[in-house]
Ligand binder design. Structure first.
Ligand code: S3P
Length: 208
């Protein structure tokens, strides 16, 4: 599927789920006290760059779960994977997600695999609007192929790995409140779209 096809397919399905029209927003339960914004999605979808710009515009702080994990563990993600293994990395992530419950007015960029643990997504949803940034495998590969810090992509065929992981993870990403395709959109456009969705949600509920 080409980039335009991906964008329509992803956002239309998300909006059918939301029942609110193209590029619409899932109506978030007022039982949730949403005062943060979490960006989830695959590696290379722009969570950190979009998140920093969104945070600046909202006057929120920006946090990145990978950075929090590294700070708590005292070592780089690649060292955690090499010395402790992926399972232990996921345990570090889970602990960081629990810490996030105490954050207010924060934009949170999450590691690409974080929401594959259902409890992490459920925890984020108690305090944050969860926005998933989406891109096709080919676009992701274009964006990450010059980088070497991601242990999961250190394989002989990284594009095949991206395809495999993305298809395994797609059901989890679709559970976000909002799905935003980053195909054919500049970073600036994605930022505006994310802020728009966040403001819409906050306009629908009362106090903060
Ligand atoms: C991972 C994504 C990475 C990082 C780790 C594992 C994943 O974060 O958490 O390498 O499982 O997809 P980014 O999505 O910020 O690259």
């Amino acid at each position: 599927m080409n980039a335009r096809g991906w964008r329509r397919a992803i956002e239309e399905t998300a909006c059918q789920q939301a029942g609110s029209g193209l590029s619409g927003l899932l109506i978030v339960s007022t039982a949730r006290d949403i005062h943060n914004l979490a960006l989830v999605g695959f590696m290379g979808t722009g969570k950190s760059s979009v998140g920093q710009l969104v945070a600046a515009q909202l006057h929120f702080r920006f946090v990145d779960t990978d950075e929090l994990v590294e700070a708590r563990a005292g070592k780089a993600i690649s060292a955690i994977f090499a010395e402790e293994g992926e399972l232990q990395f996921r345990e570090h992530e889970r602990a960081v997600v629990e810490e996030l419950r105490n954050f207010h007015r924060a934009v949170i960029a999450t590691g690409g695999g974080l929401v594959t643990q259902e409890t992490n997504l459920a925890s984020l949803k108690t305090h944050a609007l969860v926005v998933c940034l989406w891109a096709s495998p080919e676009t992701i590969w274009e964006r990450v192929n010059h980088q070497s810090h991601r242990p999961l992509l250190q394989t002989p065929d990284p594009l095949a790995k991206i395809r495999q992981l993305l298809s395994e993870r797609e059901p989890f990403y679709r559970k976000a409140d909002v799905l935003v395709s980053t195909e054919l959109r500049s970073v600036k456009e994605v930022v505006q779209h994310v802020i728009h969705q966040f403001r819409l949600e906050r306009g629908q509920t009362t106090h903060r």
